[in-house]
Design a protein around this ligand. Structure first.
Ligand SMILES: *[C@@H]1O[C@H](CO)[C@@H](O)[C@H](O)[C@H]1NC(C)=O
Ligand SMILES: *[C@@H]1O[C@H](CO)[C@@H](O)[C@H](O)[C@H]1NC(C)=O
Ligand SMILES: *[C@@H]1O[C@H](CO)[C@@H](O)[C@H](O)[C@H]1NC(C)=O
Ligand SMILES: *[C@@H]1O[C@H](CO)[C@@H](O)[C@H](O)[C@H]1NC(C)=O
Ligand SMILES: *[C@@H]1O[C@H](CO)[C@@H](O)[C@H](O)[C@H]1NC(C)=O
Length: 949
């Protein structure tokens, strides 16, 4: 088909679509009017029909426009009032378009179904329209980092579904509106967990009526405003409060003596106010980890007793607080304490750091006190600052007397690139590619960690962000972070760069997806750092470059809802056109030739790997069987690349794992890996069908399992519902597969990445372990461990391995324990900052039914049935996640335990069968398991070990 032909076909099809499948016409007109209000709209916003054609960021349902998600799209101009004429709109996100401004149209209040209104980092000015109070379904209202002025409209008290209320960083003034029987007020926001009002110009008292037992506030963040009066004592009526920031105001009077009833509180910032009276009594606030009371006008006092009795306290800042007297012995022996800031006080006498000081202790800052002597009995080696104390009299050259120098930035993502210079404007990724990163700053409102020198936190953040993008199918190569600092408003700022994969710059579609992850402030950026907001820099290569790209359009096609035969035609013709383009590209690639040798058996120069039944595939074959690696066949991704579904000419379904450029191995390593994989056979391991090493590509071809991953089933993403017995089977299957890898594979293999994503379900819901392709064989030596760069997935990662970098099979046991907990709870290992292992340990009460874990148990298990063996299952899971590897069972012990639990539950884990290829006749499932799979299995593989159990 020639180019002309194709265009003509598309033209005809679109004409027909115009008649048959157009957006409800008033909505189309409204959105076109909105588009006209933009001075610079996305290139794709030109088609005939917002739903029928492919407008970037617009999603429709039944020809109604339901979402407009367009962050960082370079939109400028104003938001037209016509936006109010999209009655079915659920999501509106125009964040990070700093030149989109003017006032917010009152007509937004007509969007009765709107759930998210996210306009973060734009240029909106003027007042918040009171009409927004009509949005009964609104859960997220994020207006932070604009130029909004005026008062908070009392009508916003009517937002009865609101969860997050964020106006941080505007110029909002006036007081907090409270209901009075006639007018509404914010005390009516009973569902709102997050009040983020920092860095505005709010004034007046913090109204006592804001706090009552009907409120669900978790974060009350009122820092850096102009509030006066005292902290209302009613605050103790909201026991859900986890973080309170009132720092940087003009609050006066006593801190309410009942504050310590707020026992869920983790972060308390009262610094930089005018508070008086005694230091508050924080005794009993056992969750408290961060306390800053500095720079108030408290009465002079000795060190308060609670200082050394709070079991979670890691940071205590009590600067310029008139604290006096001798520092009590043992003050720093309190175990979790890491950072102690006591400068500008009146401490005197001798400072003793005795032998049992906290091992976590990083910094003791006692500058400008009256300390005359210092004994370091405990050989404390971290920072201590005693500058401007008598002990540092003239001529003292002790290190602790030096004037502290400004710390250099504690972290920046390392790379090992040598001698690579990038063109100007481009930057070097941690994987040593030059490209245009999408960059910006993360702002964390609460310090959830104390020791900002600890690399663990940043590495976790990098990993978390990367996983978030890769799970979201964005072509991201890597994420680099640097320059963490605490800014003047006591927010933690971290710079972030996101690098594109396999290309020099992101296209506009990619940017919008990446930006929408960031603008969704409900997502947590990491396990350690908690809620954030993000402000990007403009993405120059696109904004400078003009029109939008084609590939974003194809992605959006999937999103557009189109009905009828005609619409199908559109898709087909577009797919054809895209295929032709890709074909051209592929051709080009071939012409460039492959940098590697090829193992095409017909012209092999290097020796092909010993196949043992695994097939060699050419690039062309796999390209064909995956429909040219089409998006619709894309079923998963990971650090190594992508996985595609494919169908071989004989009808067998396969999963093709295609390494991306930066994770290609050397030819020799790849060959070794294939040879290893072809020796590994077990009915509970996903079977390698073949491989491709051709045209510079490395691909592994596995059997395809139709029921997807365990994660999909547990998260409700698939239609499969797993009852207790099925879960026991899955646990047993996975344990058997893993046990085989540890003890029977030759050489033994540590999987390193056991997680629910890597447990696949076959047509009978039996489980197979996948992705041991990147596993590490265990060392041959007797020590039985391998030192290696830590790999794995946060949440499943064995803490011992993480710290020591020594890999043993017990690290898999840990991950398996997490998997068992996931099977019970169907929760992600880390969800909303909560770690499943810790949650279960905290909730467990062995005296109660279900060990008191009823609340945590996944409801789809079917609680109506008794969960026979549940308690022992929990015990086993907790044994697997013991801190120390030596306390964990081996996988073969785990297999035995699960088998005996299954017997308790009335299941025979070893259904009788004469043959070695045990056909499980599990009547609870009503299926024969094994036979069919094993036939395939032995059809593909002829290894002497293929019958190993
Ligand atoms: C804070 O409030 C006081 C009066 O309560 C006012 O005089 C002052 O100008 C305000 N400060 C700012 C920065 O608005
Ligand atoms: C601090 O509060 C605790 C618990 O409410 C109480 O037992 C203790 O007496 C209080 N201490 C002082 C000095 O008021
Ligand atoms: C330390 O200060 C306290 C209170 O200000 C005072 O009573 C005490 O005598 C001082 N001790 C020394 C050794 O100066
Ligand atoms: C860094 O933080 C991690 C996680 O909290 C902790 O396990 C580790 O001990 C810390 N490392 C140092 C050197 O403090
Ligand atoms: C838009 O549609 C696509 C494809 O159906 C979907 O993946 C995406 O999540 C949708 N976006 C929103 C915000 O609903």
């Amino acid at each position: 088909m020639t180019q002309k032909c194709r265009i003509f076909l598309l033209f005809i099809v679109f004409q027909v679509v115009m008649v048959v499948a157009n957006t409800v016409s008033e909505e189309a007109a409204a959105l076109k009017a909105v588009a006209d209000g933009f001075q610079n709209k996305p290139g794709s916003w030109n088609g005939f029909d917002p739903c029928g054609s492919v407008w970037l960021g617009v999603n429709c349902t039944n020809y109604h426009i339901t979402s407009i998600i367009l962050p960082s799209a370079g939109v400028t101009g104003t938001l037209a009032g016509d936006i109010g004429n999209l009655p079915e709109l659920l999501f509106l996100d125009l964040s990070y378009n700093p030149d989109l401004g003017g006032s917010l149209p009152a007509s937004i209040g007509k969007l009765q179904k709107l759930k998210n209104l996210i306009l973060l980092g734009c240029g909106f000015s003027g007042q918040i329209p009171p009409e927004l109070g009509n949005l009964q379904c609104l859960t997220i209202l994020a207006l932070n980092a604009n130029k909004l002025r005026g008062q908070i409209p009392p009508a916003l008290g009517n937002l009865s579904s609101l969860y997050l209320f964020d106006i941080t960083g505007n110029e909002i003034s006036g007081s907090i509106p409270i209901s009075d029987g006639i007018n509404p007020g914010l005390d009516m926001l009973r569902r709102t967990e997050h009040f983020h009002f920092g860095s505005n110009n709010l004034s007046g008292n913090i109204p006592p009526k804001l706090f009552h037992s009907g409120m669900a506030i978790e974060h009350l963040i009122f820092d850096n405003n102009n509030f006066t009066g005292s902290i209302p004592s009613t605050i103790n009526l909201v026991p859900s409060l986890e973080a309170l920031r009132l720092d940087g105001n003009k609050l006066t009077g006593l801190v309410p003596s009942t504050l310590n009833r707020l026992t869920s509180m983790k972060q308390l910032y009262l610094s930089n106010n005018l508070l008086t009276g005694p230091l508050p009594n924080l005794t009993g606030m056992n969750a408290l980890s961060y306390v800053d009371l500095s720079n108030n006008s408290f009465d002079g006092s000795d060190v308060p007793p609670w200082f050394s009795s709070l079991p979670s306290l890691t940071t205590l800042l009590l600067e310029k607080s008139h604290v006096q007297g001798q520092i009590p012995a043992g003050l720093f022996s309190f175990s979790p304490l890491q950072i102690v800031g006591l400068k500008n006080n009146l401490f005197n006498g001798t400072l003793v750091i005795d032998a049992d000081y906290s091992t976590q202790l990083q910094l003791v800052d006692l500058q400008n006190n009256d300390i005359s002597d210092f004994h370091n009995d405990g050989n404390y080696k971290n920072v201590i600052l005693l500058t401007d104390n008598p002990v540092c009299g003239q001529g003292s050259n002790e290190k602790y007397c030096a004037v502290p120098t400004q710390n250099s930035a504690p972290y920046s993502t390392p790379d090992s690139c040598i001698g690579i210079e990038c063109p100007s404007e481009q930057a070097l990724s941690p994987n040593c590619f030059c490209s245009y990163p999408y960059e910006g700053t993360l702002y964390f409102r609460l310090l959830t960690v104390s020791n900002l020198q600890n690399k663990t936190y940043y590495q976790d953040l990098e990993k978390h962000l990367l996983t978030m993008f890769q799970d979201g199918k964005v072509p991201v190569d890597s994420v680099a972070i640097r320059d963490p600092i605490i800014d003047a408003t006591h927010y933690l700022e971290i710079s972030v760069e996101v690098f594109p994969s396999r290309k020099v710059k992101f296209d506009q579609g990619d940017i919008v997806v990446i930006a929408s992850f960031f603008s969704n402030q409900i997502l947590e950026a990491s396990y350690y750092f908690g809620l954030y907001y993000f402000i990007p820099k403009p993405y120059i290569p696109i904004l400078g470059g003009g029109s939008s790209s084609k590939s974003s359009n194809t992605a959006a096609i999937a999103g557009a809802s189109i009905g009828g035969v005609v619409a199908l035609l559109v898709v087909i013709s577009l797919v054809i056109s895209v295929m032709m383009q890709k074909k051209k590209k592929a051709k080009k690639k071939m012409e460039h030739g492959s940098p590697f040798g090829s193992w095409d058996p017909s012209k092999s120069g290097e020796s092909a790997p010993q196949l043992k039944g695994a097939r060699w595939f050419s690039f062309e074959e796999l390209k064909k069987c995956t429909d040219n690696f089409s998006e619709s066949n894309h079923i998963g991704s990971g650090g190594y690349g992508k996985v595609y579904k494919g169908t071989l000419p004989d009808g067998q379904m396969v999963a093709v794992k295609r390494s991306q450029e930066n994770s290609l191995q050397g030819g020799h390593e790849f060959k070794t890996e294939i040879e290893l994989l072809t020796r590994v056979h077990h009915k509970n391991l996903v079977n390698l069908v073949g491989f491709c090493f051709d045209q510079g590509e490395q691909m592994l071809v596995y059997e395809y399992l139709p029921n997807g991953t365990l994660k999909e089933s547990l998260s409700g993403m698939s239609v499969i519902r797993l009852d207790w017995k099925k879960r026991l089977w899955i646990a047993l299957d996975a344990a058997r597969g893993l046990s085989y890898l540890h003890y029977l594979a030759d050489p033994p293999i540590v999987h390193r990445d056991i997680k629910s994503n890597n447990i696949l379900l076959d047509s009978h819901l039996h489980a197979k372990v996948a992705d041991f392709g990147l596993s590490k064989p265990m060392a041959d030596d007797r020590k039985g461990h391998v030192t290696t760069q830590v790999k794995g997935t946060m949440g499943y990662l064995d803490p011992e391995y993480y710290m020591t970098q020594l890999l043993t099979e017990k690290s898999d046991v840990y991950s398996f324990g997490v998997l068992l907990l996931e099977l019970i709870t169907a929760r992600k290992p880390i969800e909303r900052n909560k770690y499943i292992v810790r949650e279960v340990k905290a909730a467990i009460d062995r005296k109660k039914e279900l060990y008191g874990l009823g609340q945590l148990v996944d409801s789809t298990i079917g609680l109506s049935n008794t969960l026979a063996g549940f308690n022992r299952f929990v015990d086993l899971a907790l044994m697997c996640v013991e801190e120390s590897g030596t306390d964990r069972p081996t996988m073969s012990e785990v297999v035995k335990q699960i088998e005996s639990i299954m017997q308790l539950a009335g299941i025979n884990p070893n259904p009788e069968s004469a043959s070695t290829s045990a056909s499980y006749d599990d009547s609870s499932r009503g299926h024969l398991y094994g036979n069919e799979a094993l036939v395939n299995y032995s059809g593909a593989i002829h290894s002497p070990r293929s019958d190993t159990k």
